[in-house]
Design a protein around this ligand. Structure first.
Ligand SMILES: [Zn+2]
Ligand SMILES: [Zn+2]
Length: 351
């Protein structure tokens, strides 16, 4: 079968690889759509970051580069391994693409998203969604009912947002500020609206992304290049600040403003992956008893996230900005995302 294999920075090749077979407890999925993630772009530009370099095989897969890419995928059940029940051939499914050990302290506490040797299908070996077939553990495979598999490919990034909003304790009537309106900021905004947040302030400088933020559910969009963000958020919230803030940008100024925009006793949820050590005025936290917490990917969030799409709480088409064939993944996928960053959200690849 064909698969997009990651050999190193700016070196992704469509190659013929052996078709995987479902082992005991596994489901074989024929992939219909797989989204290109910011993580994939980082591997392409600056990698290897997550992908296991030659000589350092991943602890769980035993594989090293080249590895198949693609972790945001959905498709149909093509085969079932021994002992798998609850699925029928042809069922539409999405995979929570984790590889976890099941034995470390975090796994045993149920926090498998921070497993000591965490890996991802599509980064760590074990196949990837930019290929015709993937096998995954049945317990990490979720039916999506009548949802299209293109919409199914959005479950993974939306689950990142759902998890962050859940950790932030957001409920109906609450207020939030979101820093950054790239793909993760946008799905966070949509997840906040779905959670019932009534005031959602998005901070974003790029015009095309400001419009996308409004579509996703922002009640106010502020441009940090011409607005005093902290003063504006305070004014919008009667001087209190928002209950929660989400840092989806990975910039020092955004983090500092996130802390200052949050109400006394409130929470800043950091969703961004940082390229450097942040500088934070700790007294801004102490004097206001603001908590900063980290949120990584998802953990027991897929079923609820599928529900948000199934019941119409989140409108998916706004996030799909391209649909391409596997053979075009480098030019029409990776390069399109790098060169037209602001215009694009998710480009979906059909293997
Ligand atoms: Zn992703
Ligand atoms: Zn573990």
């Amino acid at each position: 079968m064909k698969a997009a294999m990651y050999h190193g920075p700016e070196d992704i090749r469509i190659e013929d690889v052996p078709e995987p077979q479902a082992g005991p407890g596994q489901v074989k999925v024929q992939v219909e759509w797989c989204g290109i993630c910011g993580t994939d772009l980082h591997e392409y530009l600056d990698g290897p970051i997550f992908c296991p370099p030659p000589g350092s095989p991943h602890a769980l897969t035993g594989e090293e580069m080249p590895v198949a890419l693609g972790h945001e995928f959905a498709g149909v059940v093509a085969d079932l391994g021994d002992g798998v029940t609850g699925f029928s051939l042809g069922d539409r499914v999405v995979v929570e693409p984790y590889l976890t050990c099941g034995t470390c302290a975090r796994c045993r506490e149920g926090r498998y998203n921070i497993c000591d040797v965490l890996g991802f299908i599509g980064l760590s070996g074990g196949g990837g969604g930019f290929s015709e077939y993937v096998v995954a553990d049945a317990r990490r495979t979720f039916p999506i009912g009548d949802l299209g598999t293109d919409v199914g490919a959005l479950v993974e990034p939306l689950a990142v947002a759902y998890h962050a909003v859940r950790l932030g304790g957001v409920g109906p009537g609450m207020t939030a500020t979101v820093f950054g309106s790239g793909p993760i900021g946008l799905v966070t905004t949509a997840a906040l609206r779905a959670a019932g947040a009534t005031e959602i302030v998005v901070v974003e400088p790029a015009d095309v992304r400001k419009k996308k933020a409004s579509t996703a559910g922002a009640t106010t969009v502020l441009d940090p290049t011409d607005t005093d963000i902290v003063a504006a958020v305070k004014e919008l919230t009667g001087g209190r600040g928002t209950d929660v803030s989400f840092e989806c940008a990975g910039f020092d100024t955004a983090l500092a403003q996130a802390v200052q925009c949050t109400k006394g006793g409130g929470t800043v949820v950091n969703v961004a992956i940082w390229g450097h050590a942040a500088t934070v005025a700790m007294n801004d936290l102490v004097f206001n008893e603001v908590s900063v917490i980290g949120s990584l990917a998802y953990c027991n969030d897929h079923e609820a996230t599928i529900g948000l799409l199934a019941d119409g709480s989140v409108e998916p088409e706004q996030f799909i900005t391209g649909r391409i064939a596997l053979d075009d993944i480098v030019g029409a996928g990776f390069h399109e995302l790098i060169e037209n960053k602001a215009e694009n959200v998710k480009i979906l690849v059909h293997p």
